[in-house]
Design a protein around this ligand. Sequence first.
Ligand code: ZN
Length: 145
Amino acid sequence: MSSSRVCFDEPPRARRIHANWSAERDMQLAALWAEGFTASEIARRMDTSKNAVIGRVHRLRLPKRNSPLHRPKKPAPPTIWTFHNIGFDQCRFPDGDPKDKEFHLCGEPVIEGKPYCATHCDLAYHNPVRIGERFKLDNLGLHIK
Ligand SMILES: [Zn+2]
């Protein structure tokens, strides 16, 4: 062990902070990044700090990832459909009392040629358009001739 040519002058702590980014390490970083590893996992594997990884990723302009490891964004609150924002191809079946603050329109995609979605077409017309509806209406005690 006396004739080792490798010299570790730098204390390990300093090495961890000032990561030495060789072309080889850059490639390793890019590969791990592309595979979807988190910055902290890459840091662990490459024996450097998470901040160094993030800084280098930024410096190398590595593409943002669609990784399942990323925390998912908060789902957007459901859109309240009103006569002001609803589209022509959306169901305008009213839900609730128009005088009520909670009042809104259905907003589901309409059946072609109809003003409402499948559910509300059935409700509005009591006109079963699909085979499955016969069963549903039978269960409700309604009989179709
Ligand atoms: Zn509807």
